[in-house]
Ligand binder design. Structure first.
Ligand code: CTP
Length: 414
């Protein structure tokens, strides 16, 4: 039975660990818990012990514990150590190598994978000291999941700092348990950047223009690239999918934010532009909610064109990735429209698909957008290849494998 050692830090999000423990136990894991002193102000060791059905460890200097199961053994028995919620203070201690309580001693004594789920006030997360500590910990090989962006427990506070949701924590823990990513895959040492999902273009603070993209294809490409050994940056618009564990995920809303995040993520060896970027945004979106006024006409929205991320990235220049792959979502004349896009966008490949409801894909007639399957045509300078209907993850595996071959062939010929 796999063993998880959960270190609960002192934050309001500590209560979410109770649900996490239940879900882990349902999946058959043994969960042992170390609680910091501050964590005990938020949840009681009694509640945690009742859910784990194990003794809860709270104090380094509890001699009984030290005789029965010292901190060295606690860390050795675990298959993975999870720190959730990780506070700014705990991250600072970890980055500095402190060992002044049981939690930090266990973390210093371990050679097992460590997964950290930060949760704190957005300003504390964005503080240069915290960001410095996070960079140090990443460089030390510590994995992170979250934080997520959203409303905080404090009234009126919003931003990055929420503890990752339980499904995301579970996925990240299971990824950590499955061992480090393939170090020797064909994309080892390469950086792959992927855009995914829709963009939301605000009309006013509560309304926006969006599209039906689910992000499933882009997220699958990110996961497939990681599986082949790449370092992966995923720039995602608003989607209902969990972050693929092991990728650096940058969450954005608008096309302008997506372009800025892609630029900040360069250089990259391969870029896959799988996002359904809104072609237009609302000119001068309203700062206040637009109200209905009796007898007044409906408001007129005037649209301006968004920057074309794919075209910008594919333009010749020193930072141009070796391979730029675009997508073409079409509802008619798929290959003809896609080959026009191959030329006009400057991409090396275009992955074209029929997103019309009549495409015959998707049970219930839902089509490609939001569905789990895709039938694509790959357009390159050398011609078109049409693939059979596959699941989106099969499309991703095959596409990334071909991209890795093309990249490696290109490097050899240079
Ligand atoms: N794309 C992008 N930035 C935009 C618009 C599109 O990066 N502002 C990328 C998409 O990620 C995709 C490709 O361009 O890889 C094709 O997108 P699509 O919407 O099909 O093409 P458009 O250029 O918008 O053409 P049209 O809407 O006329 O079909």
């Amino acid at each position: 039975m796999k063993q998880i050692l959960l270190i609960i830090g002192g934050g309001i999000a500590a209560y979410k660990c109770l649900d996490l423990i239940r879900r882990l136990r349902e999946r058959g894991y043994r969960v042992r818990v170390v609680m910091t002193k501050a964590a005990q102000a938020f949840v009681t060791p009694l509640a945690v012990g009742a859910l784990t059905n194990e003794r809860v460890f709270t104090d380094l200097f509890d001699l009984d514990d030290e005789r029965e199961i010292g901190h060295i053994r606690l860390s050795r028995d675990a298959d993975v150590i999870v720190v959730a919620p990780a506070t700014a203070d705990l991250l600072a201690k970890m980055a500095g190598g402190h060992a002044d309580d049981l939690a930090t001693c266990v973390l210093m004594a371990t050679d097992k994978p460590v997964l950290v789920a930060p949760a704190m006030n957005p300003r504390m997360w964005l503080h240069p000291a915290t960001q410095r500590n996070v960079s140090q910990l990443r460089a030390d090989g510590i994995a992170f999941t979250g934080p997520e962006t959203g409303e905080m427990a404090e009234r009126g506070e919003a931003g990055p700092g929420r503890l990752a949701e339980t499904p995301q924590l579970l996925a990240a823990i299971e990824h950590a348990l499955s061992g480090p990513a393939t170090l020797a895959g064909p994309l080892a040492g390469r950086h792959v950047l992927v855009t995914s999902g829709p963009t939301h273009e605000p009309i006013d603070p509560v309304r926006y223009i969006a599209n039906r993209s689910s992000g499933k294809q882009g997220h699958a490409i990110a996961a497939a690239s990681l599986a082949l050994g790449a370092r992966v940056t995923l720039v995602s618009g608003p989607v209902a999918l969990p972050d693929p564990p092991g990728c650096t995920v940058v969450h954005v809303e608008t096309a302008a934010e997506m372009l800025a995040a892609v630029r900040a993520g360069l250089p990259a060896d391969i870029v896959f532009c799988a996002a359904a970027v809104a072609d237009w945004r609302v000119a001068g979106s309203a700062g206040q909610k637009i109200k209905k006024a009796k007898g007044a006409d409906a408001p007129q929205l005037s649209l301006v064109e968004n920057p074309d991320i794919l075209k910008t990235i594919a333009a010749p220049g020193p930072e141009r990735p070796a391979l730029v792959v675009g997508f073409a979502a079409e509802t008619a004349d798929v290959v003809a429209h896609a080959s026009a896009k191959l030329a006009s966008k400057g991409a090396d490949w275009i992955v074209a698909n029929d997103v019309s409801h009549g495409s015959g894909i998707g049970s219930g007639g839902g089509g490609v957008m939001g569905g789990d399957h895709n039938r694509v045509h790959i357009l390159r300078a050398g011609g078109v290849h049409s693939w059979p209907e596959l699941s989106k993850s099969q499309v991703a595996d095959r596409l990334v494998a071909e991209a890795a071959n093309a990249l490696n062939a290109k490097s050899k010929s240079q």
